[in-house]
Design a protein. Structure first.
Length: 267
């Protein structure tokens, strides 16, 4: 694999993802409206009934809006990852995904390029949401926006790799809709995106244990700590290990000789 060939392939995949996203205006609008609705309505309703004690990385009492914004940023990455996975299932049924994987480049590189392009496309939307959140007095340090970039990128790659894995085991688009309902909502609600872990422990130890082991919780905490100029090493390690595990499993899943594609008609 020559470097020039690899760069051209990455540039082509990135350009295709950007054009597809820009043409899907409804998807762009929903990507911004969804977290803003949660922030403006859900968080405002819970502000008066949910008290938050001093919880790292915060050094004082914070409003619920401040706590929930990192979780909503991670939610944007999660929903985008699942939407990209749905697009891959569609491309596979239409034949364009098979054409991509027959390019004279390693399959792992093509999947990694598609994963990286998907995350790069959604990053401006996440930062736009973080800027708009300042209207609700969610104002992390200015350098926090810079420090959060690696955390957002790593979390987006991990969630995107999970989406790749989900798309590799989905045989039809009809099945994928059910998979999304059984994946997105449990990952989001059974995490620290909306409530701190100690609050979940008060509700029930089982729920707290699930949230503690949920990789999405690690992504949320990694983003939360980075926004306030702190590094959560444990969360970063979990996110990185899950990224490798999900991506390697997706590469095997997309291998027509060894993965699940080998058992599909016409593979």
């Amino acid at each position: 694999m020559k470097t020039s060939h690899a760069v051209r392939a990455l540039n082509g995949i990135l350009r295709r993802e950007m054009l597809r996203t820009l043409r899907q205006r409804g998807r762009l609008l929903s990507a911004m409206v969804r977290p803003l609705v949660w922030l403006a309505i859900f968080a405002a309703g819970f502000r008066s009934v949910l008290g938050l004690s001093i919880t790292p990385p915060y050094q004082t009492y914070v409003l619920y809006e401040v706590y929930v914004v990192p979780g909503l940023a991670a939610m944007m990455l999660l929903f985008h990852a699942m939407a990209s996975s749905l697009a891959m299932v569609y491309d596979r049924e239409m034949g364009s995904m098979r054409l991509l994987l027959t390019a004279p480049l390693p399959r792992w590189y093509l999947l990694a390029a598609r994963l990286l392009a998907s995350v790069i496309v959604v990053m401006p939307l996440v930062y736009l949401f973080l800027v708009i959140a300042r209207y609700w007095d969610v104002r992390p340090p200015a350098l926090g926006y810079v420090a959060a970039f690696p955390a957002l990128l790593l979390s987006g790659l991990m969630l995107g790799a999970f989406g790749l894995l989900v798309s590799s085991v989905s045989t039809q688009m009809e099945n994928f809709a059910g998979v999304m309902n059984f994946v997105i909502f449990p990952m989001f609600f059974a995490s620290t995106a909306l409530y701190p872990l100690w609050r979940l422990a008060e509700a029930g130890p089982v729920l707290a244990t699930i949230a503690a082991w949920n990789p999405f919780s690690s992504a949320v905490e990694l983003i939360r700590f980075a926004l306030y100029l702190r590094f959560d090493a444990a969360s970063a390690l979990v996110v990185f290990i899950c990224l490798l595990a999900f991506f390697l499993a997706a590469v095997v899943g997309y291998d027509p000789g060894r993965g699940l594609w080998s058992r599909r008609p016409g593979s």
